[in-house]
Design a protein around this ligand. Structure first.
Ligand SMILES: *[C@@H]1O[C@H](CO)[C@@H](O)[C@H](O)[C@H]1NC(C)=O
Ligand SMILES: *[C@@H]1O[C@H](CO)[C@@H](O)[C@H](O)[C@H]1NC(C)=O
Length: 230
């Protein structure tokens, strides 16, 4: 903090000096206006840790260009499932809709999902929250995460949830509930998720190859927002 204050003061001084020498004594007041906000910033108390971080507010986002499909139909040679992540804009509201068509393999393997790459430090938070409504044939979804440079490797940290039918709900997934799965099978000796260095966040509906309940067919998940909170 002390060092930051010094740097800001020094920068302000340089700006003030430069402006004064260029525009002459009549404009000496001008650079003082620039010094003032820098001084305020230095004196402000450190912000308390946020209790919530909005990862995506789909009621206000401009587009879904940071989301990419990852379905068995795009990832596996034998895959037959597909989907769409669509930004619905009406005169009165806006939200994102994950449409899915699950055409699983005979053993139940199959998935439809969308993800965003990025870098997120969520270490100060305890859970990920999804406000959404599910309709259609299937109600079981998961949020999946990758960390570090895991992006090009198989497997991800996953937390499963079941939505109520046709009712807008906020589902909260504790970050410590994310376990490592490789192609649908849980791997118990994987290192724990590093919540300080998340590099992918995804939303997925699954066939359930290693789950007691299988899913197939057509579904929709209307999503208002995804947040992290304490
Ligand atoms: C998302 O944006 C809407 C509209 O501004 C707002 O009412 C809502 O509280 C926001 N959601 C979150 C989680 O901040
Ligand atoms: C996400 O990152 C991985 C690893 O760098 C890359 O292979 C993939 O193409 C990226 N996806 C998008 C949509 O940029």
């Amino acid at each position: 903090m002390r060092r930051a204050a010094w740097v800001l003061a020094a920068t302000a001084g340089v700006v003030a000096g430069a402006a004064a020498s260029q525009s002459g004594p009549a404009h000496v007041m001008y650079p003082l206006l620039h010094v003032h906000p820098a001084t305020l910033r230095v004196q402000a108390a450190p912000a308390p840790p946020a209790t919530e971080r909005v990862l995506w507010n789909f009621t206000t986002v401009a587009d879904l260009s940071d989301w990419t499909e990852s379905s068995d139909g795009t990832e596996r040679e034998v895959g037959m499932s597909t989907g769409a992540f669509h930004l619905q804009k009406t005169a009165r509201f806006q939200r994102a809709v994950l449409f899915s068509l699950l055409n699983p393999q005979p053993n139940g393997a199959g998935f439809v999902g969308y993800y965003a790459n990025g870098t997120w430090d969520l270490s100060q938070f305890k859970q990920i929250n999804v406000r959404a409504r599910a309709q259609g044939q299937n109600y079981r979804y998961k949020v999946y995460l990758k960390h570090h440079d895991q992006l090009d490797q198989g497997g991800s940290y996953e937390s499963f949830f079941e939505m109520p039918q046709d009712s807008l709900t906020t589902v909260s997934l504790p970050l410590d509930s994310f376990a490592f799965y490789y192609r649908g099978r849980r791997v118990d000796d994987a290192p724990p998720l590093d919540t300080a260095a998340i590099t992918r966040i995804g939303l997925q509906i699954y066939g359930g190859v290693y789950q007691p309940e299988k899913q197939s067919g057509v579904s929709s998940l209307e999503v208002d927002w995804i947040t992290a909170s304490q």
